[in-house]
Design a protein around this ligand. Structure first.
Ligand SMILES: [Zn+2]
Ligand SMILES: [Zn+2]
Length: 285
């Protein structure tokens, strides 16, 4: 289990991801689970679940999530899933409910590329397409911000207050892309959505630390470390969190390889989610 915390945004990410094994994360302060892995109490504690896709190691916890929600708090249960996978997700839950003679209420939301929905507190969710070998999507949390319009930037707070009383609108609302989570995807997600380079906290996958040029099919629908290095100059995130490393590499090997080969621009923002004695969950920088 890994933990990352950004005090400025009040975003805490907990969870873990290893390719072909299990991937599940949660943002407890935003009451949102990101994939369900095999299911655990960190996931069941969140009333909202976003499933990036239905590969078993990401979604096996889905029926357990629905059942366990009924045992926790008010039992509310909202599930966001790529629209093209919605019927399958419903079918999985329906089969378990039938088998267990249960009728737990679920609010289903099928998400398409570009969909934005109002969320809790200062947050809005934006869903985006990703490139995997089954229907898939990512999610971005946008944080509401109020700022004085540039044309009023020189005014004092008192003068701004007077303008507001006079019916003017010197303050505007903007939405800061604060946190994005890509699920499983090839690196083409960055060409589709270049705004990901500027999200404050970006969590993406890095299944392979080498590219397998001789076997191009191996990395299809996944990202390699080489893909990220090729785009190194573009990333301006404050944190670039990597997960979903293949089990074919030990944590030590991943750490060593990233340490030895990381371009400087990546090094300062990189947070690989691997556990290596003495360097757990720290960046490389
Ligand atoms: Zn996966
Ligand atoms: Zn997958």
């Amino acid at each position: 289990m890994h933990r990352f915390y950004d005090p400025a945004l009040d975003i805490e990410l907990i969870g873990s991801g290893r390719a072909f094994e299990e991937t599940l994360f949660a943002l407890p302060r935003q009451r949102l689970a990101l994939d369900g892995g095999w299911g655990n109490t960190d996931i069941f504690a969140q009333p909202n679940l976003f499933l990036s896709h239905l590969h078993m190691d990401h979604a096996l916890g889905l029926p357990r999530f629905v059942v366990n929600r009924q045992k926790m708090g008010d039992g509310s249960c909202r599930i966001f899933v790529p629209a093209a996978a919605l019927d399958d997700a419903r079918g999985i839950v329906a089969a378990w409910q039938r088998a267990e003679r249960r009728r737990d209420p679920v609010e289903w939301v099928g998400v398409e590329d570009g969909l934005e929905v109002e969320y809790e507190g200062p947050w809005r969710l934006r869903f985006f397409s990703t490139d995997h070998n089954v229907p898939s999507a990512g999610v971005c949390l946008l944080r509401k911000q109020s700022r004085v319009r540039p044309e009023y930037a020189d005014l004092s707070p008192k003068e701004i207050g007077r303008l507001v009383r006079d019916g003017a609108e010197p303050v505007e609302t903007t939405w800061l892309p604060a946190f994005a989570w890509c699920g499983d995807t090839s690196a083409s997600v960055f060409e589709r959505h270049p705004w990901l380079y500027d999200v404050r906290i970006l969590v993406t996958e890095c299944t392979f630390i080498q590219a397998f040029h001789d076997e191009p099919g191996v990395t299809r629908g996944h990202t390699s470390w080489e893909d990220l290095c090729e785009r190194a100059e573009r990333f301006s995130n404050t944190a670039l969190i990597l997960s979903h490393f293949s089990r074919r590499y030990s944590a030590e090997r991943i750490w060593e390889h990233l340490n030895q080969t990381s371009p400087d621009t990546l090094r300062q923002r990189l947070r690989p989610l691997i556990s290596v004695p003495g360097s757990e969950d720290r960046g490389l920088g």
